[in-house]
Design a protein around this ligand. Structure first.
Ligand code: EPS
Length: 388
C-alpha cells in the first residue's frame, strides 16, 4: 500500500513528507522532483515569499545511491523564511480572514490567536505534497504513464484542450510558455489580465485546473468498496488541496444537464489497437474521464478541480476582532493575488500519487522487478483473453 503523510508549518524550519510503500529498485529522479517544486513556486500572481524560497528536496531516508530500498522515504523541503518561534516576526493574528482556516481553527483549538492554525493551514504545505507526488510520478513513468496538469480557466476565460500522447509535447511547451500555466495563449492572457486587475483592486482570483493521466492500464481502483474506488481517492486528494471547492471527473457536474445517451461513451473494439492501454476497447468520447465503477477503463483519466480565490485580500473583508468582538476589516498577511498556476502543479502531483497507489495496490511487489513482472503478466493475460 502506497501512502504518505506530511508535516511542517509555513514559517517553521522545514516541510516533510513520509512516503511508505514504494518498492525497492526505483531509480529516484531528484532533478524531476526539483523541477516540479520550482514550477509550484511559479505563476503570475504569486507573492513575495516565492522570491525568498528556492524549494529543493532533500531525501533523508529510504534511498541508497539514488535507488529506493523499499523502506519509508522521508522527503524534506526546508524553509528559508523560518521564523516561527520569533514572536515579533510572527505577531498574534486576531482578525480572521473570511474563507481562511483562521476562525474555524481558533474555535477548534480554543485560542484567540489564529497564527497556530494558519501556519499549518497555509498552502506552503503543498511543497511537501508536490515532492511526494513527483516521486510517485517517477514510479509511474517506468510503466509509460504520463501526467499533465494545466490551468483551464478563471473568471470568464476558459479553454478546452485535446490532451493525448501525440499532443502532449506541444501542450507541455505551450503550458510552460504561459505565465499562468494555461496552454491556450488567448485564455492565458485573459487570465493574466484578470489577475493584474485584481491586484490593482487589492482583490484575488481563483480558477479551474485540470489533470490528465495518459497510458493508464485498465483495472486500477475497484468497485468493491466505496473508499477504494479510484474516483473516491482522487476526489479526496483534490478536495484536500487548500482552497479547492469542487472536483469533477470527466464530464463532471455537466452530466446533470444531459440525457444518458449523450453522457455515456459508446464501446467499440479495434483489435489492431490491442497494444494500447485500453487493449483495443476504444471510446469515441471520454465523458467518463477514464473511470467507470471506480476503476480505470484504459482511457485517459480526466480530473478537474476548482480553486476559490485566495482568502487574504489586501483590502480585507468584513470580520470581527477575536479579542474585542468589534467589527473590523480582516488582517492582511503577505500572500498571493492568485496561486492558480501553482494549484495546477499541486493537483497534477496529488492525482499522480493516487494513481501510483492504485497501481501498486493492483500490481505491487517488494521490488520493481516484481511489480514489472506482475504488470507484464497481467497485461499479457488481458490481451490473450481478447486475441482472436
Ligand atoms: C505559499 C507560501 C505562503 C503564501 C501562500 C502559499 O507564503 P507567506 O505566507 O509566507 O507569504 O504565499 O499561502 C497561502 C496562500 C495561505 O493562505 O497561507 C507557498 O509556498 O505556496
Amino acid at each position: 500500500m502506497l501512502t504518505y503523510r506530511t508535516a511542517g508549518e509555513s514559517h517553521g524550519p522545514t516541510l516533510l513528507a513520509l512516503v511508505e510503500g514504494l518498492p525497492a529498485g526505483l531509480v529516484v529522479d531528484t532533478a524531476f522532483i526539483n523541477t516540479e517544486l520550482a514550477r509550484r513556486q511559479g505563476g503570475y500572481g504569486r507573492g513575495a515569499r516565492q522570491r525568498i524560497e528556492t524549494d529543493q528536496v532533500r531525501i533523508l531516508t529510504g534511498v541508497r545511491a539514488g535507488v529506493t530500498l523499499g523502506s519509508p522515504v522521508a522527503l524534506e523541503v526546508p524553509n528559508k523564511d523560518s521564523r516561527l518561534d520569533d514572536v515579533e516576526k510572527t505577531p498574534p493574528f486576531t482578525r480572521p480572514r473570511p474563507g481562511h482556516a483562521d476562525l474555524a481553527g481558533s474555535l477548534k483549538w480554543l485560542t484567540l490567536d489564529c497564527r497556530g492554525t494558519l501556519e499549518r493551514a497555509s498552502a506552503r504545505e503543498t511543497a511537501a505534497r508536490v515532492a511526494a507526488g513527483a516521486l510517485a510520478r517517477v514510479f509511474l513513468r517506468e510503466f509509460g504513464i504520463e501526467v499533465f496538469g494545466f490551468v483551464s480557466g478563471a473568471i470568464d476565460a476558459t479553454c478546452v484542450m485535446e490532451v493525448d500522447m501525440d499532443t502532449l509535447p506541444e501542450l507541455r511547451a505551450a503550458r510552460d510558455a504561459s505565465d499562468v500555466y494555461c496552454p491556450d495563449p488567448e485564455t492565458s492572457s485573459r487570465i493574466i489580465d484578470h489577475i493584474h486587475n485584481a491586484k490593482v483592486e487589492k482583490d484575488t482570483v481563483g480558477g479551474r485546473v485540470e489533470a490528465y493521466v495518459l497510458g493508464v492500464p485498465p483495472g486500477l481502483g475497484t468497485c468493491v468498496q466505496w473508499n477504494e474506488r479510484l474516483d473516491s481517492r482522487l476526489a479526496a486528494a483534490v478536495m484536500g488541496i487548500q482552497a479547492f471547492k469542487a472536483v469533477e471527473i470527466g464530464m463532471g457536474a455537466d452530466c446533470a444537464w444531459h440525457f444518458g445517451s449523450q453522457v455515456h461513451d459508446p464501446i467499440e473494439y479495434d483489435g489492431s489497437l490491442a497494444g494500447e492501454s485500453h487493449l483495443g476497447f476504444t471510446r469515441p468520447t471520454n465523458n467518463a474521464g477514464g473511470l467507470e465503477g471506480g476503476m480505470t477503463n484504459g482511457m485517459p483519466l480526466v480530473v478537474r478541480g476548482t480553486m476559490k480565490p485566495i482568502s487574504t485580500l489586501l483590502r480585507g473583508m468584513p470580520s470581527v476582532d477575536l479579542t474585542t468582538h468589534e467589527s473590523v476589516q480582516s488582517q492582511h498577511e503577505r500572500s498571493d493575488v492568485s496561486a492558480i498556476a501553482a494549484a495546477s502543479v499541486v493537483m497534477e502531483n496529488v492525482v499522480a500519487f493516487e494513481v501510483a497507489a492504485a497501481f501498486i495496490a493492483k500490481f505491487g511487489g517488494d521490488s520493481m522487478a516484481e511489480v514489472r513482472a506482475h504488470f507484464d503478466a497481467t497485461m499479457q493475460m488481458a490481451r490473450a483473453l481478447h486475441a482472436k
